[in-house]
Design a protein around this ligand. Structure first.
Ligand code: SF4
Length: 928
């Protein structure tokens, strides 16, 4: 029976996950006494139907207030809000007077809510009078936007999530869907199990997404347009065209002409560096199966020809009429939770609000009038975010306001931006976390509310608007982003920012979507049916997918949830445009000095620059330090061992990370995750390696192709340090003797991987660690001076305080999954539980492994239940597990969010291959 006291203390609130563009619905249960928030997937939300991935499941563990910004400050001095607001308003006014409106720039974020985005865009474009507002979505989906606009005359995603289930051929192109859009991947996997659909992965790497694919095409990076041009001409040659649909299109002849060079599949296979039979299998499937979805993401967008890549995909769908029909479509997926909201409000420097066109005089006038803007909106496209460093250096930008993003980690030429910000007259940063590296360059810091504190809407990849709801009271003096912007606008004497709530802003956003939305100014983005929404209805907003047309007084339920089934685009001729594509190679090429291609991307359990996900200790265990994936053959040539520390260098900068061998990499190609910042590591920020090679239509940078070199890093010793939270480790982290460090937070302690520069003696380091403890602390030490090995365990108050392992050979650092579970626990109780003496327990710590092998669970695979590889392998052998579900029944692994299921399957496959041959074989996806 339910506990009535507990029920009285608990309240369940519907909200939305703040991470990826899937936009999963969340049920958050808040305990008013403990303030703890427990998280479940919302079974009624159409994006996830109750599922959540590892990141979403751990949301309740990311609400710690330790790293929050509490108060506004100016040049490091805490000030009241009104002082901060007046300061910013005055500075903006002076800057505009002296240098003009275009000397101000706003760098905003797909993490903002639509209401925040809306008022910031209105403030910049309508009232400051500059189009210098650009979202960090420039880095993730601006090519998709540009391609849709070229093809449809409008940034309109034609497909929806239901098409995952309804498709019969599902092509995952340039996306590790299993890690980056995990809940959609689970939907796809469940659908495949039910109806046996065909799945093709197009990606230079073997990723977990290949686990459910019948065909993997590991194309040479940058050859996507060749592959799809080849497909276009193949479909035409075999008469797989939809003549009726083609009537609604323009540009067919020119596009076919551009594809002629790729008529011979053997040449295409050679250029893409894939097996000809695999290529033909893909082309045949596309030809034979009408219900086809092409799902694409960063691997397509983040390229100097990202717009062309997306259009080459759309061309094939238009040729076959597979757009806007159930189970069919070119489906670009957004990376961030509200990238689509940013597109709705026009928060890129080349867009205008509500899908009006910035380059149309009439459209600018309509929006200016609607806003009551004092200045007409400028006809000039604003600066893009990758331009920011250069524009500050050249003196064009004098003041920049950065909101909810961490560009000195994430943008191209990240070091150049850091130096530029350092010299910029005014840098304002509004954020909620102290762990943003960008704060270091801010003159003004404004504390923003976090995910659990603010209220407003987000729109996901399938155009579905959901509410992010307030769960707990805001921290200290943190304010909603929209409120901060409106206060500054009012302080600058602008009218039109007197909103009392996010609801009032949303109503205006809806009204603008409805405004003049017919005839020549008709747009796909239409929320008319929400025009009469009351505040109460807004607070209880059901997930609502646009277009939301109104018939009489209610939502038009017959309104199609897909676009362009009949053609009828938003181009001037109303026809869909086929775009002739002439494939271009990536902007930079490998050379003698930089002979490897670096690809970058996300990992399963971290989000962006880790300011939130790293607060959940379980998310730090799957891949605990920054790394680079290297093919074993390349590693062999470079004389590298698995887990060696390596230096990756590009023309821009160099970083230090751990090398991990992966036969899923193509030879000559490397992969680094993007997440680690200076707050969590030294010398591991990947953004600093990336050149500003931009797509000349979308201005999206080429994050997937950077020529680099790789070599062993010059280190003299390595250490693993685990130390309980109360010890202040800040000072030692800035010690110049370290070549590299990375840090993870756990519930009771911090975990550091450290490496020292050549010539640095380890003694200086262990002395620093000794100095943290007083004479009452017991130390147990193991030393092998000849080998340079030292292990020290520190105990006091019957608890483990710190563990330090120093070795010249990195591979000899202990496996830490057991060690990480020993902090915060009473030693007597632990020894009793293990049925050993306390002395033996202490020796186990110093040895770096438990006295009983059973307690070392191995590398963590399932973050939700902290299930390690050793436990999984033991269960497979003991219980004869044949499937991931069998493993789940024995260990719980994979039974919550399911994000680790591809890895469970990989372990099963490797074990069965080992059993069969005595040796594990490299997994290679191929034709069935
Ligand atoms: Fe959040 Fe995961 Fe859903 Fe993305 S897939 S919205 S990260 S729960």
């Amino acid at each position: 029976m339910e506990n009535p006291d507990l029920l009285a203390m608990e309240k369940t609130i519907r909200t939305t996950c703040p991470y990826c563009g899937v936009g999963c619905g969340v049920l958050a249960t808040v305990n008013s006494e403990t303030k703890k928030v427990s998280i479940k997937g919302d079974p009624d939300h159409p994006a996830n139907y109750g599922r959540l991935c590892s990141k979403g499941s751990a949301l309740g563990e990311t609400l710690s207030l330790d790293e929050r910004i509490a108060e506004p400050s100016i040049n490091g001095e805490i000030v009241p809000w009104n002082t901060a607001i007046s300061f910013v308003a005055e500075k903006f006014k002076n800057t505009i007077d002296l240098h003009g409106a275009d000397s101000i720039m706003f760098y905003v974020s797909g993490q903002l809510l639509t209401e925040d985005y809306y008022v910031t865009n209105k403030f910049a474009k309508g009232f400051i009078g500059t189009n210098n507002i650009d979202s960090n979505s420039r880095l993730c989906m601006s090519s998709a936007v540009a391609a849709y606009k070229r093809a449809f005359g409008s940034d309109t995603v034609p497909a929806c999530y239901e098409d995952i289930e309804l498709s019969e051929l599902f092509i995952i192109c340039g996306s590790n869907m299993a890690w980056c859009h995990p809940v959609l991947f689970q939907r796809l996997k469940a659908a495949q199990e039910k109806d046996n659909k065909k799945i093709v992965v197009i990606d230079p790497r073997v990723t977990d997404s290949c686990a459910i694919a019948q065909l993997h095409l590991p194309i040479k990076p940058g050859t996507d347009t060749i592959l799809f041009n080849g497909l276009f001409v193949y479909l035409h040659t075999n008469n797989i065209i939809n003549a009726e649909y083609l009537e609604q299109c323009e540009g067919f002849e020119e596009t076919l002409f551009a594809c002629e060079d790729y008529k011979n599949p053997a040449i295409v296979a050679q250029l893409c560096d894939i097996d000809l039979n695999d290529l033909l299998c893909f082309y045949n499937w596309f030809a034979e199966i009408e219900k086809t979805v092409t799902f694409y993401s960063m691997g397509v967008n983040q390229s100097s020809s990202g717009t062309d890549k997306a259009n080459s995909i759309i061309n094939c769908h238009a040729l076959t009429g597979r757009i806007g029909r159930a189970g069919m479509g070119p489906f670009s997926i957004t990376g961030q939770p509200n990238a689509m909201g940013g597109r709705e409000v026009g928060a890129l420097s080349n867009l205008l609000a509500s899908h009006f066109n910035l380059n149309d005089d009439n459209h600018r006038e309509i929006v200016s009038k609607f806003w009551g803007a004092e200045k007409n909106i400028s006809p000039h496209i604003g600066f893009t975010s990758p331009d920011l460093a250069e524009k500050i250096e050249s003196g064009k930008i004098k003041a920049v306001w950065i909101m909810a993003t961490n560009p000195v980690v994430s943008i191209t030429e990240a070091n150049r931006l850091a130096s530029a910000l350092d010299k910029c007259d005014l840098v304002i940063v509004s954020d909620c976390s102290k762990q943003s590296d960008t704060l270091k360059y801010a003159n003004v810091i404004l504390p923003a509310q976090g995910w659990s504190e603010k209220k407003g809407t987000v729109t996901n990849s399938e155009r579905c608007i959901s509410l992010q709801n307030r769960l707990v009271e805001p921290y200290a003096n943190a304010k909603p982003d929209w409120w901060i912007v409106c206060q500054v606008a009012k302080a600058m004497s602008f009218n039109g920012f007197e909103y009392a709530s996010a609801y009032e802003i949303f109503k205006e956003h809806v009204a603008l979507s409805k405004h003049q939305n017919s005839g020549e100014t008709q747009r796909s983005f239409n929320l008319s049916a929400l025009h009469e929404l009351s505040e109460d209805e807004y607070t209880n907003l059901q997930p609502s997918q646009w277009p939301l047309h109104k018939i009489d007084d209610s939502i038009d339920k017959n309104c199609s949830k897909r676009f362009f089934e009949q053609g009828q685009a938003y181009t001037s001729s109303k026809k869909i445009q086929l775009i002739p594509i002439n494939p271009k190679p990536p902007a930079s090429q490998i050379s003698q000095n930089y002979p490897f291609i670096l690809n970058t991307g996300r990992i399963r359990d971290q989000w962006h620059t880790m300011t939130r996900t790293a607060l959940a200790s379980r998310l730090n265990q799957h891949l605990p330090e920054p790394f680079v994936l290297v093919h074993p053959d390349d590693a062999c040539k470079l004389k590298l061992q698995n887990n060696d520390l390596v230096q990756i260098e590009s023309e821009q900068a160099s970083i230090i990370v751990a090398a991990k061998f992966s036969d899923g990499q193509r030879r000559g190609e490397l992969f680094c995750p993007i997440h680690w910042s200076n707050a969590f590591s030294k010398n591991a920020r990947v953004g600093q390696l990336i050149a500003k090679n931009l797509d000349n239509i979308s201005a999206q940078p080429e994050f997937k192709f950077t020529p680099v070199s790789i070599k062993a890093a010059p280190s003299s010793w390595h250490a693993l340090l685990l130390v309980q939270h109360e010890i202040d480790t800040q000072d030692f982290l800035i010690d110049e003797q370290f070549l590299y460090w990375s840090m993870n937070k756990h519930a009771f302690h911090k975990e550091y991987f450290l490496s020292a520069k050549v010539g640095c003696e380890s003694e200086f380091f262990d002395k620093t660690v000794y100095a943290w403890f007083d004479s009452n602390t017991e130390c147990v030490t193991y030393k092998d001076e000849a080998q340079g090995i030292k292990h020290i365990a520190f105990f006091s108050q019957n608890k483990l305080q710190a563990l330090l392992f120093i070795t010249p050979i990195r591979q000899e650092l202990p496996s830490n999954s057991w060690l990480n579970s020993c902090f915060g626990t009473d030693l007597t109780g632990m020894a009793n539980e293990m049925n050993i003496s306390e002395a033996l327990l202490k020796q186990s710590f110093v040895a770096g492994k438990p006295a009983s092998g059973d307690l070392d669970v191995g590398k963590i695979i399932c973050s939700c239940f902290t299930v390690g590889e050793k436990v999984i392998k033991k269960s497979i052998s003991k219980h004869q597990c044949k499937t991931a579900a069998d493993i789940g029944r024995c260990t719980k692994a994979g039974t919550n969010c399911g994000s680790c299921v591809p890895e469970l399957n990989k372990i099963l496959t490797l074990l069965s291959l080992t059993e069969a041959s005595g040796n594990p074989t490299i997994l290679k996806a191929g034709r069935p």
